[in-house]
Write a protein that binds this ligand. Structure first.
Ligand code: SAM
Ligand code: SF4
Length: 350
């Protein structure tokens, strides 16, 4: 059984502290992103196909298994968990998972529990999220134009998302807006989006499209290099780089004119791998060591073969992380290029 401790990783095999989870390059892995479902109530054009097929429900980890797996990562030293998807807030029992994990926040072993959501269900859940100890959430909004929103998401209702943002802020949640930069859909509107977010006391991060999964569109038609966006923004605004590093791909600046924080996630134009501190787990319990690589470990099988005994699960996680690759090999090299990896972001967990 896993034991609990006040500080640091705890290994049930002995009274001594377990070594931190470290990969072959000495990077300490203390951040886990875990997808609760591959399903979604939207169909964003850069993420999914219109007729996306989803996994049979029995292939998904149950809410109890998700809780057990998260707790095992915390035993191994994970300090930050991000729950994602698909759309996490449409997973049945999702708030039970958040409630279960809140005990680790209370004990101090988990420093942060966060969520990435499209915001459609946020109005209903914001208050409970705050009550269970969630302090910050990322909400994906690619445009403030209701028609463009409906087009990008294939049917989404922007007004409901804006209500969700109001509810989140009223509940005291700090909001980071995620906006995917899309050549045809929102390139012109990005300065206005940034000003809107900052005007509402929200941070905002721009994301480059990544070649994950098959979609109908050619990614070359969507891909907008953030280097170009940044150069445009700098014609009108003063962007001061911030030292803030999260161990992830984002680089942050402060916008002098708005006073707010702006992030850039530009995996295509900037390698972020040297300081990577994270791994991702899919809703089927597959541990991916790198967003842009296929190497993985099947934790669902280990969980199911060892009910009530977390030691084999800990061993499987350690063994997998011992072969985490140095970095990704993303490339949108030209029209018709195959995706870097075949699984969409909605499966790996963005
Ligand atoms: N459904 C939730 C949402 O949209 O926030 C959580 C999952 S979604 C996969 C997480 C993030 O990944 C979103 O901000 C989304 O815009 C982004 N995303 C999805 N597919 C992407 C892609 N191919 N390239 C870059 N970002 C992508
Ligand atoms: Fe759903 Fe998020 Fe993918 Fe959009 S980006 S289809 S909201 S999982």
């Amino acid at each position: 059984m896993a034991t609990t401790g006040s500080d640091g990783p705890v290994d049930a095999e002995g009274p001594w502290p377990a070594p931190p989870l470290a990969d072959p390059f000495g990077r300490v892995i203390d951040y886990v992103r875990i997808s609760e479902t591959d399903r979604c109530d939207l169909r964003c054009t850069y993420c999914m196909t219109e007729r996306q097929s989803f996994l049979p429900r029995q292939e998904l980890l149950t809410i109890e298994e998700l809780g057990r797996l998260c707790s095992t990562f915390i035993d191994l030293g994970a300090k930050r968990l991000r729950l994602t998807g698909g759309e996490p807030l449409i997973r049945k029992g999702f708030m039970d998972l958040v409630s279960d994990l809140s005990r680790h926040l209370q004990s101090g072993r988990l420093k942060e529990l966060t969520l990435t959501t499209n915001g459609t269900q946020l109005a209903r859940h914001a208050e409970a999220l705050a009550r269970y100890g969630v302090k910050r959430i990322n909400v994906s909004v690619d445009t403030l134009d209701a028609d463009a929103y409906r087009r990008i998401t294939r049917g989404g209702d922007l007004a409901g998302v804006l209500e969700g943002l109001d509810a989140a802020q009223a509940a005291g949640l700090k909001v980071m807006i995620n906006t995917v930069a899309l050549k045809g859909d929102n390139a012109e509107a990005l300065p206005a989006m940034i000003a809107w977010a900052h005007g509402r006391d929200m941070d905002i991060t721009l994301i480059e499209t990544m070649p994950l999964g098959q979609i109908e569109a050619d990614r070359m038609d969507q891909y907008l290099p953030l280097s170009r966006v940044r150069a445009e923004l700098e014609r009108g605004w003063t962007l001061t780089p911030l030292g803030r590093r999260t161990g992830g791909p984002a680089r942050y600046v402060r916008v002098g004119e708005t006073g707010g924080i702006l992030g850039f996630i530009a995996p295509m134009t900037h390698s972020f791998c040297e300081t990577c501190n994270r791994v991702r787990v899919t809703c089927t319990g597959t541990l991916f060591l790198c967003l842009g690589q296929d190497d993985h470990a099947d934790l669902k099988a280990v969980l199911r073969h060892n009910p009530g005994d977390d030691a084999p699960v800990r061993a499987a996680i350690r063994e997998a992380i011992a072969r985490k690759p140095r970095g990704h090999e993303f490339d949108i090299s030209g029209r018709g290029a195959a995706p870097a990896v075949s699984r969409p972001m909605s499966m790996t967990g963005g």
